[in-house]
Design a protein around this ligand. Structure first.
Ligand code: UT7
Length: 316
């Protein structure tokens, strides 16, 4: 099978910054608790003018520009999300029209909660092997502020909005991303109702139990990806882990004996953006010149479903 590499990244985030103090003005919490338990200081919430499409399109346009390709060269488009505007049409179909992507390509949404972007990269690698065009557009996007339960101080502090995108290229000489993905069905630990309620969907989570799952899943995924790819920790330039909680990241790094300087965190500024969190990190690292051609990144995600996944991302 031909492999894929990332050749462009981008992001689109709302302008409105919601600080811990802003949240504390609304619910019984405080900055010290939120920072010490999560690492979050700010998050972005959508206001009038920020639509799901405006965020995804901004991220995708930047990624296409950074890859130096035109929309007409895209061979498949996947939007990973759990919070699209509509179930039908999919966010990816609306993005196809907005960007002028070709009509003869698969464009669809994928929901694997916070692991969505990595499920989508894995799916894209398989798809592009059968596609006539060699570039794929993968977007992770969420407007979680619409799903926040403001009666629950354990979860309302966590979530933010944003979109991150990557353009990938498929070539025979590229190695596979060595993806490891999985799930075990659980509808109690992390739940966002769909059509079942006929009303508003709000996020509910048993945070402490999800935390325990995450600190097991992340080191396991890191080990599995390294083994599958035949690499060692020393050969990885950066570890990009889902930004759910700084304590989960720190614990995973310690368990795997990964030097903290090999891991970039932006949870402090964006909070938990679910499927957008990994591509937001990739786009910042790329923009800052910390990763680029020749870089090797190991990414791991985990979340509702329960789902988990990891892969190796190289840059073309
Ligand atoms: O992205 C998908 C995957 N999601 C995750 O990985 C999230 C994983 N879970 C977590 O990040 C953490 O479990 C949370 C940040 C959600 C919660 O942290 P915790 O250390 O597990 O806190 P807790 O729920 O056990 O609550 C501890 C205490 C409780 O008080 P008592 O019962 O000990 O008196 C809570 O009522 O903290 C209290 N508490 C708060 N206090 C101030 C809970 N939320 C807050 C709050 N402000 N916002």
């Amino acid at each position: 099978m031909n492999g894929i590499k990332i050749c462009g990244t981008g992001r689109g985030v709302p302008d409105t910054i919601v600080s811990n103090q802003d949240i504390a003005a609304r619910v019984d919490t405080n900055d010290a608790w939120i920072v010490s338990r999560t690492g979050i200081r700010n998050r972005r919430h959508s206001t009038e003018g920020d639509t799901f499409l405006s965020l995804t399109a901004a991220a995708a346009r930047q990624a296409l520009e950074s890859a130096g390709i035109t929309p007409g060269e895209v061979g498949a488009c996947i939007v990973a999300t759990l919070s699209p505007d509509t179930l039908v049409p999919s966010a990816a179909c609306l993005l196809q029209r907005e960007l002028g992507l070709p009509e003869d390509i698969p464009c669809f949404d994928l929901n694997a909660a916070c692991t969505g972007f990595l499920f989508a990269l894995h799916t894209m690698e398989c798809l592009l092997n059968a596609a006539p065009r060699k570039y794929g557009l993968v977007v992770g996007a969420e407007q979680l502020s619409r799903l926040i339960n403001w009666e629950d101080r354990g979860t309302c502090i966590l979530f933010g909005d944003g979109a991150g995108a990557a353009v990938v290229e498929c070539r025979a000489e590229f190695p596979s991303i060595s993806a490891v993905v999985g799930c075990h069905g659980n509808d109690t630990l992390l739940h966002v109702p769909g059509a079942e309620t006929g009303g508003r969907s709000l996020i509910s989570m048993e945070g402490t139990k999800v935390f325990k799952f995450a600190v097991e899943a992340v080191p396991w995924c890191i080990g599995q990806v390294l083994e599958k790819a035949g690499k060692t920790i020393d050969e990885i330039d950066f570890f990009v882990l889902h930004q759910a909680n700084a304590r989960i990241i720190d614990l995973a790094l310690r368990r795997c004996r990964i030097p903290p300087e090999k891991c970039y965190q932006n949870i402090g500024e964006y909070g938990n953006t679910s499927a957008a969190s990994i591509p937001l990190v990739l786009s910042e690292l790329h923009e800052q010149g910390k990763i680029g051609p020749g870089s090797c990144v190991l990414a791991v995600g985990f979340g509702g479903g329960l789902t988990w996944g990891g892969c190796l991302i190289e840059f073309a």
